[in-house]
Ligand binder design. Structure first.
Ligand SMILES: Cc1cc2nc3c(=O)[nH]c(=O)nc-3n(C[C@H](O)[C@H](O)[C@H](O)COP(=O)(O)OP(=O)(O)OC[C@H]3O[C@@H](n4cnc5c(N)ncnc54)[C@H](O)[C@@H]3O)c2cc1C
Ligand code: SF4
Length: 348
């Protein structure tokens, strides 16, 4: 009997896991609820990726082609997991949606990713009220459609503000954690904007800048030294609108003075939250969540892909905010952990 593994979620982590599991000798079923593959990268049409400014579409086609051309991987899009039962370490999984069938799997990888924090939940930024207040994900979509214009009137923006930590590191909205990628993604976006808007004033409003590790030079310093981006340490109290332009009110915490500045376009660096699918699958496969609602990594430092349910593994942003490179690596880590787990049980 062949050994089959189900991967749920076809973002970067799930696509990588499916491919590596197949190389390790498993028959793989890849289940994706959307009718397309690629997760957030496809959903928001990331064109240029941080940290290395490589191409989002090229990365996606590489990941997707490997899965499409692999006869040991069956892909079900537009498909959800409806019911799960388990007996003698075998999962019986009932699928619904475009592919209604019941399958058996010896192991499962949850790669169900994240959702963007919706800034409308925190009224102070004027998101949803003022058309020129957008999220970082919406800016990615604008880059894909190009050129950058103010949503309100179609004009070229002459001033752009980024507000950091929207929906992250914020006790009031209930997300105390750092979303890890938004400082770096915002710096990357500011550098991209500079190419389109050579004369615009581009300002970043931050609490701390966390372009950690090797990203400090290529993103944080480059955005200032090559793209002329200005960083202002300050917390934004609210965004209002005057004469059809968003106005940022806050305090510069370095010079200790209040400010009230209008901008043509305001980009909210909205954080990452556990996706609805992540919570739902955690419940169906009976794995614990950590305190913020992401899937708990039971292996901690020892193995990032272990959950507290034997046979169920996790990869990518389902276990916490992370970048694509880490999500892809975790696809591999989870695959090797599946191999370790199953090699003791079956002949591969
Ligand atoms: C604005 C923004 C820009 C970013 N830009 C970059 C960048 O330039 N470089 C970088 O390294 N990182 C970037 N990131 C982070 C990047 O998006 C994530 O690292 C990456 O998408 C995580 O991949 P994933 O596969 O774990 O999750 P996701 O991309 O979220 O994919 C999860 C998939 O699982 C599916 N799914 C969920 N639940 C279910 C279910 N129950 N059943 C079936 N399918 C399900 C979803 O539909 C989705 O397709 C950015 C993040 C944001 C917020
Ligand atoms: S990565 Fe930066 S913007 Fe994102 S939550 Fe962390 S400190 Fe805030």
């Amino acid at each position: 009997m062949s050994t089959s593994v189900m991967v749920i979620g076809a973002g970067p982590a799930g696509l990588q896991a499916a491919s590596t599991l197949s190389h390790l000798g498993f028959d793989v079923t890849l289940v994706e609820q959307q009718d397309y593959l690629g997760g957030a990268v496809a959903r928001h049409q990331y064109q240029v990726l941080m940290p290395d400014f490589s191409s989002g579409p090229e990365l996606l086609s590489r990941l997707i082609e490997r899965v499409d051309n692999d006869s040991h991987i069956t892909v079900y899009t537009g498909t959800q997991v409806e019911e799960v039962s388990e007996s003698h370490d075998i999962f019986t999984i009932k699928l619904s949606g475009a592919n209604q069938k019941t399958l058996q799997s010896q192991a499962v990888v949850l790669a169900t990713g994240f959702d963007h924090f919706n800034p409308a939940r925190d009224g102070k930024y004027g998101y949803g009220l003022f058309p020129d207040v957008i999220t970082g994900a919406e800016l990615e979509e604008m880059f894909a459609k190009g050129p950058i214009r103010r949503p309100s009137n179609g004009e070229i923006p002459q001033s752009v503000a980024f507000i950091y930590c929207v929906g992250s590191r914020d006790r009031q909205v209930g997300n105390t954690y750092c979303s890890r990628v938004c400082c770096a993604v915002s710096a990357k976006q500011a550098i991209e904007l500079r190419e389109q808007l050579p004369k615009a004033r581009i300002s970043m409003f931050y609490m701390d800048v966390r372009t950690y590790g090797l990203w400090e030079d290529t993103l944080y310093w480059r955005s200032q030294e090559e793209a002329g981006v200005v960083y202002v340490k300050g917390r934004i109290a609210e965004v209002t609108e005057q004469h059809g332009r968003p106005v940022l009110k806050g305090e510069d915490t370095l010079v200790r003075g209040p400010f009230e500045w209008p901008f043509d376009l305001v980009v909210l660096a909205a954080g990452m939250e556990p996706s609805g699918g992540t919570r739902e699958m955690a419940d169906k496969f009976q794995v614990s969540l950590e305190s913020h609602g992401f899937i708990k990594q039971a292996g901690a430092i020892h193995n990032a892909s272990l959950t507290d349910h034997p046979g169920v593994f996790v990869a990518g942003a389902a276990s916490g905010p992370k970048a694509i490179e880490d999500s892809i690596s975790e696809g591999d880590v989870a695959s090797l952990a599946v191999f370790e787990y199953l090699k003791a049980k079956v002949t591969l």
